[in-house]
Design a protein around this ligand. Structure first.
Ligand SMILES: Cc1cc2nc3c(=O)[nH]c(=O)nc-3n(C[C@H](O)[C@H](O)[C@H](O)COP(=O)(O)O)c2cc1C
Ligand SMILES: Nc1ncnc2c1ncn2[C@@H]1O[C@H](COP(=O)(O)OP(=O)(O)O)[C@@H](O)[C@H]1O
Length: 231
């Protein structure tokens, strides 16, 4: 952002007990601010008193005030990390992406699975994800994958592969479209675009294979529409 210095004030008891006027005098005027930029619901003390409507009264013209209101055109939803986490947990990655302003991504190395994918006609990158990354809800997704600096479209599953047994570990797997390379050990990034369905426990491999054929058609069509919108 081109900032030279950032001050992060510790929110401690001394700060908590400041009157709104003292906060403005000590922190804003004290730090010689030229302009204050805050959201419409920003408070610096009791909500009824220390709000953006009242800030000019405390400022006495000593700095400019810019209020950022309704950044999101969908004003009923505040842009907050809590909302974004909830969206991811509910598989609503399109909503999360809209709030983030970019496509949500996770990354990790490609590890070995059970080598079943290739026998199904759908080899999958098993991508190991560290605990500090949040995965979207279990289900099937339209994704892009960056492999060796190149982006590919693909379809991903997040789930326990219930068709093949109970209590299997959660895996993240991506079948990459128009791709045929061995990439075990490589670090890849997955960009999550849209959930297309939930996980299903199929009665056998044929049913899973049929569904994967449908998934591929559906997700290829999704990306074709997206490319059209972008062009
Ligand atoms: C797009 C996609 C959708 C999938 N959907 C399901 C599903 O609904 N149920 C299921 O049991 N497994 C599903 N799988 C996971 C497959 O079971 C898994 O990829 C296959 O068993 C290969 O496992 P392996 O990588 O360990 O060899 C899906 C995989 C992909 C790529
Ligand atoms: N189109 C593709 N999509 C995903 N992986 C592919 C593709 N083509 C080749 N591969 C390779 O195949 C591997 C997956 O094969 P798979 O049979 O699913 O075995 P495993 O589950 O043991 O990794 C991937 O890790 C990758 O190296």
């Amino acid at each position: 952002m081109g900032l030279d210095v950032v001050y992060i004030a510790e929110f401690n008891e001394a700060m908590q007990t400041l009157t709104p006027q003292a906060f403005v005098d000590q922190y804003l005027v004290g730090l010689k601010v030229v302009a204050v930029v805050a959201g419409e619901d920003y408070t610096y003390g009791p909500k009824q008193l220390a709000n953006m409507t009242n800030l000019p009264q405390f400022a006495h013209g000593r700095f400019a005030i810019y209020q950022v209101a309704h950044l999101d055109e969908n004003a009923s939803r505040k842009i907050s990390s809590t909302t974004i986490r909830q969206d991811l947990d509910q598989g609503k990655v399109e909503d999360a992406n809209r709030l983030l302003g970019y496509i949500y991504r996770t990354y990790g190395p490609v590890v070995h699975g059970f080598a079943r994918g290739r026998t199904l006609g759908y080899p999958t990158l098993n991508v190991q994800t560290s605990m500090d990354q949040r995965l979207p809800q279990e289900g099937v997704y339209a994704v892009k994958v960056k492999i060796d600096g190149k982006l590919y479209n693909g379809m991903a599953s997040v789930g326990h592969n219930d068709t093949f047994g109970d209590d299997l570990a959660l895996t993240v797997e991506v079948n990459v479209f128009d791709f045929a390379q061995d990439v075990y050990g490589q670090e890849v990034t997955i960009y999550w675009y849209s959930q297309t369905r939930g996980m299903i426990k199929f009665n056998g491999i044929d049913e899973l294979q049929n569904q994967l054929d449908t998934d591929r058609q559906e997700i290829k069509a999704y990306f074709a529409r997206l490319d059209e919108k972008m062009s």
